[in-house]
Ligand binder design. Sequence first.
Ligand code: PDD
Length: 286
Amino acid sequence: MTRVAYVNGRYLPHHAAAVHIEDRGYQFADGVYEVVAVQGGRLVDGDGHLDRLDRSLGELRIAPPMTRRSLEAVMNEVIRRNRIDRGSIYLQMTRAVAARDHPFPRRGETQVVMTAKRVPPPSPSVADDGVKVITIPDIRWERCDIKTVALLANVLAKQQAREAGAYEAFLVDADGAVTEGSSTNAWIITKDGTVVTRPASNAILDGITRRRVIQLARAAGFKVEERSFTVGELKAAREVFLTSTTSYVTPVSQVDDTVIGNGKPGSLSLDLRARYIAFMERHAAA
Ligand code: PDD
């Protein structure tokens, strides 16, 4: 089956989909994006993602290219044409094609690109073994709350993790507190069972999975605290996990050279993972 991409109003074969070389996304990373999970052919937490997209566009003063309804219609069409049951959709909006010059172009239409892919069911080994994380300095800018395509520091961090044999890099601010992962939010569970994640601010991306897990954890009777935690607390935690649209809830069994708990995913993280997967499946069936 040919994969289909959406580019500025046209559905094109994925291999032939392209934007102009003077797209400001290409030249300046002047654009925003979202990654939305698809389950049962439907968007998971679509409203949360599209609200965040509106916010990112607003913060960068990029004009929304179409109404929410039209955008949802295009996303559903991309899912349909690619026959996605379980997978994800990537959507990117940039500040137009214009001759290269730093200030915003006077006129220009927001460029829209969408792709979708199938994703296999989550691998059982993640739940059996957990993943390794490294900690490195957070060298990003002060607007990490905007989901911009300017991801160079994140790319370097993820590559450093891969080269260290790790799944993710947790980024650490100048005060020694963890901000988030290079493409995930970071969590600990303290010895007394409190679930802790950094509060939403300009220092992190307020993950849609993060918000959903806070809600599911509270509904299940967990105490949840939104506060900063240090690398020391991270390494001494009873359990550690990370969240994102594509990682769901993933237990962490090692941070740098420190083994967390008994080196196996913790029972509370696995419980939250099961609750999140059940939420996605309920959502697909609804
Ligand atoms: N990454 N923090 C950062 C820096 C991220 O890039 C992401 C998402 C998250 C988690 O957000 P959410 O739960 O809304 O997916 C946190 C996406 C998946 C990506 O760039 O591929």
